[in-house]
Design a protein around this ligand. Structure first.
Ligand code: FPP
Ligand code: MG
Length: 341
């Protein structure tokens, strides 16, 4: 299938190399920092708007290449909160591009449904102009149940802003009494982030020769393979993608080992936290302590505590999800929550 029906046919060599790569592990979720549009424009004597447009076309090609390889989720850095500091003209040009592309997507509703395409927009979308908030909310709402191919567009996003936003959600959960401070874990913080619905990030690609993450998916890339590619984003080709996949395959086992150790460590920390909480409760009820221990072992109490902790967390996360759904539905029905411009 293709994300965009009019896209190019793939050559025999490209398909053959793709099939060979598919014999090895293929990342399920790839993140891309599409950097170098303006340098490409100046190198080719174009204006900046044309550079960004070429960047968008390259994204469409790349999504096709990814899907053909079996990469079902792609997250792209389309507009960072820092990008608001660019010239008024350039910000307007990027907003206009987003406006047009989201409108176009909504004209392709049948195609999106037919191919099971899910579009998510990750970031503080309240910072965007109202009409774009609405376009985004409509696309996200319309495609939210599709699972076959997922495109996460990071828009008005930085990773550190996402972490702060997740921490505010947790603080609010604690102050409302939905969760306890001791319930907070790496896993719970992750579930409060904009990226909570995303699969584990396997591979992160940055073009243009820069070798930093520029506040993109900092939390999610803790156990991801990083590939820095020298070409400017509009020059990125299927062969650069294949090289990045090969780099991932060479490092796949080491990544799996690191993830597994981290998971074991987190599970151990949770067990220790539950045990501490139970002992603290027992200490508070000192006179009842002996009586309780006679009837129920500490181990069983920790088990009961873990069940209650999970129930608290589920209630909190369900409320968070309901608030997010509500916000999107309000935006679709032309009642945006608030806006900076
Ligand atoms: C980085 O190149 C690119 C951007 C800030 C914008 C990326 C956006 C697109 C490719 C369009 C995607 C749009 C949607 C709606 C998905 P740069 O501007 O930093 O160029 P430079 O590094 O050469 O200065
Ligand atoms: Mg740049």
């Amino acid at each position: 299938m293709s994300w965009f029906p009019e896209r190019q046919q793939h050559s025999w060599l490209q398909r053959t190399c793709g099939s060979i790569l598919k014999a090895g592990p293929i990342p399920k979720h790839v993140g891309i920092i599409m950097d170098g549009n303006r340098r490409f424009a100046s190198k080719n004597s174009m204006d900046r708007a044309e550079g960004h447009l070429r960047g968008f076309d390259k994204l469409a090609d790349t999504l096709d290449w990814c899907l053909n390889l079996g990469i079902t989720e792609v997250t792209v850095y389309a507009f960072s909160i820092e990008n608001f500091k660019r010239s008024k003209d350039e910000v307007s040009c990027l907003m206009e591009l987003a406006r047009q592309k989201f409108e176009r997507l909504m004209q392709e509703k049948d195609m999106l449904q037919k191919h099971g395409v899910c579009i998510r927009v990750l970031g503080d979308i309240k910072l965007l102009p109202l009409d774009i908030q609405q376009n985004i909310a409509e696309a996200v709402n319309f495609t939210k149940n599709n699972k076959r191919a997922i495109l996460n567009v990071c828009f008005a996003y930085t990773a550190r802003d996402d972490m702060c936003h997740a921490m505010r959600e947790l603080a609010s959960g604690v102050s409302q009494g939905l969760i306890r401070e001791s319930d907070i874990s790496e896993d719970l913080l992750q579930k409060c982030m904009y990226t909570s619905s995303c699969k584990q990030l396997d591979l992160l690609i940055r073009t243009s020769g820069e070798v930093r993450l520029s506040d993109f998916l900092l939390w999610e890339s803790a156990f991801s393979c990083l590939a820095f590619v020298k070409v400017l984003w509009p020059e990125f080709s299927v062969w650069h993608l294949y090289a990045a996949i090969l780099h991932y395959q060479r490092n796949h086992q080491a990544l799996q080992n690191a993830r597994q150790s981290s998971k074991l460590e987190q599970d151990q920390l949770t067990r220790e936290s539950d045990y501490r909480s139970v002992m603290e409760e027992l200490d508070k009820q000192a006179d009842e302590k002996d009586k309780l221990q006679e009837r129920i072992s500490v181990q069983d109490r920790v088990q009961q505590y873990a069940t209650l902790r999970q129930a608290r967390i589920n209630t909190f996360l369900n409320q968070l999800e309901a608030e997010r759904t509500n916000m999107l539905e309000n935006m679709v029905s032309k009642r945006p929550v608030s806006c900076a411009s």
